[in-house]
Write a protein that binds this ligand. Structure first.
Ligand code: PMP
Length: 451
């Protein structure tokens, strides 16, 4: 299939005059055309500026939960715009917070922000103030935004988990504040109970917080190993460490109460963002234990932000909650459609002779061009990331938009049977072409599959 690209290419050329890389964020190599500009959307479909139709499995990096052109959601935003927007509080706060506290097990108090990156920094500040300690434990491959202290790094050695700058995972950056990464951050492999117990034994009384994603959706889509979250909870309790769960992706996407409501493990502080406000306007939240967030009430810890809790954002959270509450089967339906797409993808891969696995949660998955599911973020090697990224890029040329990095699938509430059929019609040719591309590059996995 050949899509028309003349208009979007010309537009990209123009953009290169204004935007570094012609894009809004890192991870697009300079001069490589990023996701095509889309000028119209409905449900899970998008139309680009050349008139091609695409299936949207990017869902704005997991944020777009309600779907494009969702009437009820849009009406709610429009009515708020007509009523009042540019005020600090508009009477929406209590209702939205009451529902957050009801749904999210760890939520007793709530603070709103705009981005995940920003409220994560606040959660760390709060944890340090609460414990009087400085160190933070993170996990290899987990992503917590782009601030200096939480992005990337690698342990100095197996025996010494202190973080240091690392240029092998795409998060190496010049210009970091001195000491931000390597002074107080410890890094260990995730899903490894022995490593977790060891680091608590050696450093538990110095830790202010540990922070992880409940499902490793930024590094391959691994689920927590049985008992892993429970062990983390137990060790935090024993050593007086604040347990922060970063539910920026899983919050509202996995369930109204997030992954913690599904796995039955309650952290002390939770980070919410992305899907919470449906996808059109940004809202993030830090929710958690009252005795920790009390430091805000007592004015011991500072949290600011011009747009915190802004009316249009809270109207979007309210509209998203309405849609989810009124349609209790929605998670099963949405996940069912995405699982069907995942099955179609693996069947097509088998037909064209490429190994492929899909893993994650029903509403957010990661595909990999390899034979066995990945167990830990470290299993997601640079070679596999490159191969996945190549296959994803070929699929884009067939009107199937998987999410970066590298080959992810997200769904929205409006994904339907027609979308699954659209996918089925195109994926076979797309993977066939992808295999040819891999073979032309002497990719060892494609060569082996070809016998
Ligand atoms: N945490 C996780 C798990 C994320 O996936 C992201 C964004 N991809 C962030 C934090 C950062 O959120 P934001 O981009 O809103 O700053």
């Amino acid at each position: 299939m050949t899509l028309k690209t003349a208009n979007s290419r010309a537009y990209f050329k123009e953009l290169r005059r204004y935007l570094p890389c012609g894009a809004h964020r890192h991870f697009y190599k300079s001069g490589i055309r990023p996701l095509t500009p889309f000028v119209d959307g409905h449900g899970a479909r998008l139309r680009d500026m050349d008139g091609n139709e695409h299936l949207d499995l990017v869902c704005e990096y997991g944020a777009s939960l309600v779907g494009h052109g969702n009437q009820r959601y849009n009406e709610r935003l429009k009515s708020q715009i007509d009523r009042v927007v540019s005020v600090d509080q508009a009477g929406l706060e209590a209702g939205v917070c009451e529902r957050l506290v009801r749904y999210v097990p760890s939520a007793e108090w709530v603070r709103f922000g705009l981005s995940g990156t920003e409220v994560i920094q606040n959660a760390l500040r709060l944890s340090r103030a609460y414990t009087g300690r400085e160190r933070v434990l993170r996990f290899l491959g987990h992503y917590h935004g782009s601030a200096d202290s939480v992005m990337g790094g690698t342990p100095r050695s197996q025996a010494d988990p202190r973080a240091q700058e690392y240029d092998g995972d795409g998060y190496f950056t010049e210009g970091r504040a001195p000491g931000a990464l390597d002074q107080d951050t410890l890094l260990i492999p995730w899903n490894d109970v022995d490593a977790l117990e060891r680091v608590f034994r050696d450093h538990g009384d110095q830790l202010a917080a540990i922070m992880m994603e409940p499902v490793a959706l930024n590094s391959g889509g691994m689920l927590p190993a049985p008992g892993y979250l429970e062990t983390a909870r137990r060790l935090c309790d024993r050593h007086g460490v604040v347990f922060i769960l970063d539910e920026v992706i899983t919050g509202f996407r996995m369930a109204l109460g997030g992954a913690q409501s599904v796995f039955g493990v309650t952290p002390d502080l939770t980070i919410l963002g992305k899907a919470m406000s449906g996808g059109a306007v940004p809202v993030s939240a830090l929710v958690g234990r009252r005795d920790i967030m009390d430091l805000y009430d007592r004015q011991r810890v500072v949290h600011c932000g011009t747009y915190n809790g802004y009316p249009l954002g809270l109207a979007a959270v309210e509209a998203t909650m309405n849609l989810l509450e009124e349609d209790p089967d929605c998670y099963q339906r949405m996940g069912g459609h995405l699982l069907e797409i995942a099955r179609t993808l693996t069947d097509a891969a088998r037909d064209v002779g490429l190994p492929l696995v899909v893993q994650g949660i029903p509403t957010g998955m990661s595909a990999h061009v390899c034979a066995e599911p990945l167990r830990r973020p470290e299993d997601y090697t640079p070679e596999l990331q490159t191969r996945d990224g190549l296959v994803k890029a070929v699929c884009e040329g067939h009107g199937i938009q998987f999410a970066p990095r590298y080959f992810r699938l997200y769904c929205n509430l409006m994904l339907n049977d027609d979308d699954v059929a659209f996918f089925r019609d195109r994926i076979h040719d797309a993977l066939h072409e992808a295999k040819e591309v891999l073979l032309s590059m002497d990719d060892p996995v494609a060569l082996q599959a070809a016998g």
